[in-house]
Design a protein around this ligand. Structure first.
Ligand code: NAD
Length: 487
């Protein structure tokens, strides 16, 4: 069995407890992981706080912080194949995706490396003759970063990159499901030369999560995960009154109009729902298709879904691997059963295969006759597409916005004017037109409603880890006049 450690205050250490991580392709234990207790978390947060107020970190220039991030980016790029193999082993995400995604994670660190010395303050043209007033952008303090099992290196880069560029220190909690790649990434943080305590990485479940998000020395909580956990976190933040940013789930509409290029849209839909075995927050899990092309489009999708290469995630030819956990597989099966009972029709898939591993096939549910099917409202976080039909653009919009979530959306049409009308009126943090699932460090990302709030990516994310300090400097040498008059 492989063995992984926590990284706290610049030291690698075993957790106070440990657990076995299962290989999702076989369901058997392959590595021993540390399990953080509240005490481990407390030490990590205190280390991060010490590093924030004392030591070399706060004295570094922004350019020096940028250079450290640049070194980290290079190390991530060099280690990408190893990290990809680890992520595939521990989460079941296919090697084709982990290889490409982790190589791109390096670009996020590079982007924030370049941005570190471009976080500027401002000078105010103040309305008083003998005052200079300016704004300093200062790091908020210790950041508690929490990520779910899917894409842990990616989801932590969008937090660590901007937080470190801004000058914060971080305690990052990997998910207890599939934490190997993040725990291994800690070695790169050390090699890059970040001072002890600036980045601390541990793993554990709700106990560690609660201890971290309610800790009095935490100033900002950056959370990616499900809405129910987010509610716990927001309630818990009543303790430390930390600022909270939430990247949650979605039930994103994928809208296909009759004038769309159906072959291209079908490929995008396959990527939008079956890539990452559907364990993607931006999964285009609700297909809204115009009635006149429904049969033609569904026929294409069914053929593609049934031709997908399902298999071991470490093989380059595999397109759909196992889900990360047996729990997730069983949850998906139960949600499908509920929707079928409510009247949804199975187009393809729908049943977990016999045998080892947490596999589930690409599944399509036609919910056209049951607009209130659970499959149209609840996030599966798996390879399950729910289909509904519309006749008019107004109906498409109403269906698209008929969700408590608001993360992503896709519009497929050749009409430029229709595309613009849809872009304006869809309530989602991201609208993709004639494409799907494109991301970049330069482009902000986030949602509305149950999909959370706050944006990751871009300059806005780095500013989110800063607070404005307003400085007043009196330029007059005259004595201060009447102390009882506010000026
Ligand atoms: P989850 O909410 O169950 O767990 C996420 C993390 O929270 C884990 O690290 C977990 O240990 C931790 N946690 C659990 N209980 C906690 C508590 N009480 N306090 C603090 N932390 C706690 O989510 P999941 O099921 O692992 O992940 C799937 C969810 O994540 C889906 O809803 C998915 O859409 C969402 N997601 C969102 C994005 C995005 O960027 N918007 C990206 C990926 C995944």
């Amino acid at each position: 069995m492989d063995r992984f450690q926590h990284y706290i205050d610049g030291q690698f250490e075993d957790g106070s407890a440990s657990f076995d991580s299962l290989d999702p392709a076989t369901g058997t234990p392959w590595a021993t992981m540390p399990m953080a207790t509240a005490g481990d978390v407390d030490r990590a947060v205190r280390a991060a706080h010490r590093a924030f107020v004392a030591g070399p970190w706060p004295a570094l220039t922004a350019s020096a912080r940028g250079k450290l991030l640049m070194r980290l980016a290079d190390l991530v790029q060099a280690a990408a194949p190893d990290l990809a193999r680890l992520e595939t082993r521990d989460t079941g995400k296919i090697i084709r995706e982990t290889s490409a995604q982790i190589a791109y994670v390096a670009e996020y660190y590079r982007y924030y490396a370049g941005l570190a010395d471009k976080i500027e303050g401002a000078h105010l043209p103040i309305d008083k003759p003998d005052m200079e007033v300016w704004l300093r952008r200062e790091p908020v303090g210790v950041v508690a970063a929490i990520v779910p099992w899917n894409s842990q290196l990616f989801l932590s880069a969008v937090k660590l990159g901007p937080a470190l560029a801004a000058g914060c220190t971080v305690v990052l909690k990997a998910s207890e499901d599939g934490p190997a790649p993040l725990l291994a990434f800690a070695r790169l943080v050390e090699q890059a030369g970040f001072p002890a305590g600036v980045v601390n990485i541990l793993t554990g479940g709700p106990e560690a999560g609660v201890a971290l998000t309610t800790h009095p020395k935490v100033a900002h909580i950056a959370f990616t995960g499900g809405p129910e956990t987010a509610r716990h976190i927001v309630r818990g933040s009543a303790e430390n009154l930390a600022k909270v940013s939430l990247e949650l789930g979605g039930k994103s509409p994928f809208i296909v109009f009759e004038d769309a290029d159906l072959d291209s849209a079908a490929n995008a839909q396959v990527s939008g729902i079956f890539a990452a075995t559907g364990q993607s927050c931006v999964a285009g899990s609700r297909l809204l298709v115009q009635r006149s092309v429904k049969d033609a489009f569904l026929a294409r999708l069914k053929a593609k879904a049934e031709a997908v290469a399902i298999g071991a995630p470490d093989r380059m030819e595999t397109e759909v691997g196992p889900l990360c956990t047996a729990r997730q597989r069983d949850r998906i099966a139960a949600l499908i059963a509920q929707s079928l009972a409510a009247g949804a029709k199975l187009v393809t898939g729908g049943q977990a295969p016999e045998g080892a591993g947490f596999y589930f096939p690409p599944t399509i549910l036609d919910c056209s006759e049951v607009p209130d099917a659970p499959a149209l409202q609840q996030e599966f976080f798996g390879p399950v597409l729910s289909v509904v039909t519309f006749d008019t653009e107004e109906q498409a919009l109403a269906l698209a916005n008929d969700t408590a979530f608001g993360l992503a959306s896709g519009v497929f049409t050749r009409s430029l004017t229709r595309a613009h009308r849809m872009i304006r009126r869809i309530r989602a943090g991201v609208v993709w037109v004639n494409t799907y699932r494109a991301v970049s460090p330069i482009a902000p990302f986030g949602g509305h409603g149950l999909s959370g709030h706050g944006r990751e990516g871009g300059m806005a994310a780095a500013l989110d880890y800063t607070a404005v300090k307003t400085v007043w400097l009196r330029t007059s040498d005259d004595p201060i006049p009447d102390p009882f008059v506010m000026r």
